[in-house]
Design a protein around this ligand. Structure first.
Ligand SMILES: C[S@@+](CC[C@H](N)C(=O)[O-])C[C@H]1O[C@@H](n2cnc3c(N)ncnc32)[C@H](O)[C@@H]1O
Length: 361
């Protein structure tokens, strides 16, 4: 299903009583979210996790240097949200939910991204939808889209953005390399190559391949510095390009064009225009690989949940007009631009991703 919701596992309709209860949880969801962040950053949640048999509130206060009042208000909310549970009036232990909030890497990356990058900007979601512009971006800085600013975002926003981006693509790269290198590419164009991770992984995977990273000037500067540190300037080239400007043409010369978590940064018309730009530079032997986490191609409900939430980050903060797409929607755009999907590699490895392999139609 295109929405990312599974039809076959239809959820039971809530009773009126349950629905009203759930509605209050949503009404205060931002409060609970901030409680989790505060408990994590003040060291309270990690401490409770170390004491699985329970820890006393005074002891938490002493060890974390947080006032008794501060510990109490946080824990009382956390207990109601099933993050901790009281063993007696003064002693708490962690629940399974609290344990994962504290120790699961994907959860940590998602929470930091939501808190540091998105939280303030999401207040402007309504205006962003109305205006088709990322009205929340002004909470981070004065830019039209987030992309030219990625390398100059203030900390901890920058760290949280990159950890979020890399967490999802890194996992997919291992299997992706194997699929892409079946084509025996001599020259890969990595469009939206970002800090260079794919280019470096490719050079490590194959001793002969050459890679050109195409990206905005600010990203190219970062990728180039990273390549220099790795002594890869003899194998990696760089091409500054703003692909929203249709007059900027992608150069010829690639036998493989790689786009990882890139097309989701654009609206539908923009995707078609970028793929047409790739087409004008292509030869009949060019293979295009699109790596995306598609909302309709996920094993776990949590994955579709994360992806549809990520779409709203694009709406309110990134550019106002892009989203995470379904395979069906992306395939339609690929075809509109004169390409065809010749093979699909779904849910490679343990990642959320699918690779669409495309050739000229
Ligand atoms: C979400 S990141 C993906 C990075 C990387 N490919 C990965 O898989 O982790 C999107 C990349 O597209 C680049 N980008 C965004 N808008 C662009 C534009 N208009 N022209 C060229 N590159 C752009 C960004 O600078 C960024 O490096």
């Amino acid at each position: 299903m295109e929405t990312g919701q599974k039809t076959e596992e239809k959820k039971r309709e809530l009773s009126a009583f349950e629905a009203k209860n759930e509605a209050q949880k949503l009404a205060f969801a931002p409060v609970v979210f901030q409680v989790v962040v505060a408990m994590q950053r003040l060291g309270i949640l990690p401490l409770i996790c170390k004491h699985r048999k329970g820890i006393n509130i005074d002891e938490i206060s002493k060890q974390t240097q947080v006032s008794n009042y501060g510990v109490k208000v946080l824990l009382e909310m956390a207990a109601n949200a099933d993050i901790v549970k009281y063993l007696d009036d003064d002693t708490v232990t962690v629940t399974m939910l609290g344990y994962f909030l504290n120790s699961d890497e994907m959860t940590r990356v998602n929470i930091n991204f939501t808190h540091d990058v998105c939280y303030d900007g999401f207040k402007y979601l309504t205006e962003s939808i109305k205006n088709g512009k990322p009205e929340g971006l002004k909470t981070l800085g004065n830019w039209k889209t987030i992309y030219p600013a990625l390398s100059i975002l203030p900390e901890p926003i920058k760290k949280s953005w990159f950890e979020f981006d890399h967490f999802y693509s890194d996992d997919a790269f291992r299997d992706a390399l194997e699929i892409v290198f079946r084509e025996n590419p001599q020259m890969i164009f990595d469009i939206g190559g970002n800090t260079g991770k794919w280019a470096f992984a490719s050079c490590e995977y194959n001793p002969d391949v050459r890679v050109t990273i195409l990206d905005l000037p600010s990203q190219i500067a970062v990728a180039k510095a990273n390549a220099e540190k790795r002594n890869l300037l003899n194998r990696i080239s760089f091409f500054e390009i703003n692909l929203l400007d249709k007059s900027n043409k992608i150069p010829q010369g690639a036998d493989v064009v790689w786009m990882s978590q890139f097309l989701d940064c654009f609206g539908e018309d923009e995707i078609v225009s970028i793929l047409e730009n790739v087409k004008q530079a292509a030869s009949p032997h060019t293979t295009v690989f699109i790596l995306e986490p598609f909302i309709d191609n996920q094993k776990f409900d949590a994955a579709s949940y994360c992806l549809t939430a990520t779409s709203l980050y694009f709406t309110a903060l990134a550019n106002g007009n892009s989203k995470m797409y379904s395979v069906k929607a992306m395939t339609t755009l690929v075809e509109k631009a004169g390409w065809k999907v010749v093979e699909e590699f779904p849910l490679i490895g343990e990642s959320f991703h699918t690779i669409l392999k495309c050739r000229l139609a």
